[in-house]
Design a protein around this ligand. Sequence first.
Ligand SMILES: [Zn+2]
Length: 220
Amino acid sequence: MNATKIIFNSGDRFRVISVDNQIDRLNIYVQSTQKGSVCPNCCLVSSKIHSYYTRKFNDLPSFGKSSRIFLRARKFYCLTDECPLKVFTERFDNHFRSYQRKTERLQARLLNIAIEAGGKSAERICGEFSIPVSDTTLLRIIDRTELPKSDKVEALGIDDWAIRKRERYGSILVDLATNRPIGLLADREEATLTNWLKQRDKIRIISRDRYVVISEGECQ
Ligand SMILES: [Zn+2]
């Protein structure tokens, strides 16, 4: 059985070297098959290798086990004399983004689960599927995603979410009609919420946890 064909699509430029089947985890060792990489500064392709290093990524779980990819990546010399970036790290078209520790496909699933279930529930669901992730990380994924427009929202839900490992709390704002997050506030202060509400004058119902209040606008 060819592990590369199972784990990657036909056009992907990666090869699985080996799979280490541990009790609770699959460690998948992967190398890139692309000839070179584009310098992020001058955009010239280089195949002159400087060195190798390993990047680690959490991936979608397989067969009830969490999956970790160990990607053997390279550093290249830039071939442009005037380019200040003498050495740069390998870039990939898909799956493995710079500065990320999760594969793109895992990141996309986590975003959907976090949006559907919220922080704490999403953490429990991910745990059931052998995806180790905290509610804080899940909410950060939402935070980094472009949120839908919120100027037409009429019913708003507000939940707490922990920032920096529960040392500080903010608020996550959810459109109750679609159950999708539409905003994140850095704290739980009334003034911050009031300020956010000023630009959304269509909101008539606000639900904080399970306690629903009708905004003043409804009574006028
Ligand atoms: Zn360059």
